[in-house]
Design a protein around this ligand. Structure first.
Ligand code: SF4
Length: 284
């Protein structure tokens, strides 16, 4: 169960994404997976490199499109554990349409977002997660747009597993990812993963001062959707832990594949020329 490979990550020293890489590797091992049972699909951005840094099937996709690819992989082989990954710009700007629909579809994919509130790969522009007033090269007088409340949005869209973590909490992050992998349905895990090079506001110290662990809130019940929404609003989204889980809703995968035990990738897809022409004639 060795999920480490020999590729040296091309991230800046101190980047939060190192911890996410380590947490995925540990969570996959803790979940009892073998490398050939895991596929990691990523989008574009610094964090998008992660699919090459894990000893498993990897697919470095295109900007904002990790989820369509990940869902395709899962549809083709329901027996694979599929992790989609990327940054906040990747998933919550250009990829937002895919994110919303993967959430409501409840397909059995774990989506890990490395949220650093900035575009790092393109050298520091404001992202959908940047706060009002955030100054970058693209907003030199400060952003006038409000930050997207991603966790509230996920709850509203019908998410069955919503969690948040912080790069320095490797133990908690590993446990959350393992829980997401084991969840039968779509799991959205947003990780505060500081960009030490371009984001000088949302630093490790800033998060340590501002984050609240849900485990420290007395009586917090992650099966209570209303409480989850209320807590997110009260804490301005700055919480870590399992925010909400509904384990009773069947996944897309369970509903689609209830007619067959065999993954599509194992099926004999050969058809006769006669049958092919018959199918083709339906579209002529
Ligand atoms: Fe990480 Fe930022 Fe460096 Fe990209 S630019 S590798 S996000 S620290």
């Amino acid at each position: 169960k060795e999920f480490r490979n020999n590729v040296k990550p091309n991230w800046c020293p101190g980047c939060g994404d190192f911890s996410v890489q380590a947490a995925i590797q540990r969570a996959a091992a803790n979940a009892g997976l073998e490398p050939d049972q895991l596929a990691v699909v990523s989008g574009i951005g610094c964090s998008g490199r992660i699919s090459g840094y894990i000893n498993a099937y990897g697919f470095h996709g295109i900007h904002g499109r990790s989820l369509p690819i990940a869902q395709g992989v899962k549809m083709a082989n329901k027996d694979l554990t599929v992790i989609a990954s990327g940054g906040d710009g990747d998933g919550f700007a250009i990829g937002m349409g895919h994110t919303i629909h993967a959430i409501r579809r409840n397909i059995d994919v774990t989506y890990i977002v490395m949220d650093n509130q900035i575009y790092g790969l393109t050298k520091g522009q404001t992202s959908p997660r940047s706060d009002v007033g955030f100054k970058t090269k693209s907003t030199p007088k400060g952003s006038i747009e409000s930050s997207l409340s991603v966790m509230e949005m996920a709850l509203t869209a019908g998410a069955t597993f919503v969690a948040q973590s912080f790069s320095t909490d490797l133990k908690d992050l590993t446990a959350i990812i393992e829980a997401g992998i084991k969840h039968k349905g779509f799991s959205l895990i947003n990780v505060f993963s500081p960009c030490v090079t371009y984001n000088k506001i949302n630093t490790y110290d800033w998060f340590k001062e501002n984050l609240t662990k849900l485990a420290d809130i007395e009586g917090y019940d992650p099966s209570n959707r209303m409480q989850a929404m209320q807590t997110l609003m009260e804490k301005n989204g700055l919480v870590t832990g399992l925010i909400y889980q509904n384990a009773n809703q069947p996944s897309y995968q369970e509903l689609v594949h209830n007619y067959s035990e065999e993954p599509l990738s194992h099926a004999d897809l050969k058809i006769s020329e006669e049958k092919f022409n018959e199918l083709l004639s339906e579209f002529m």
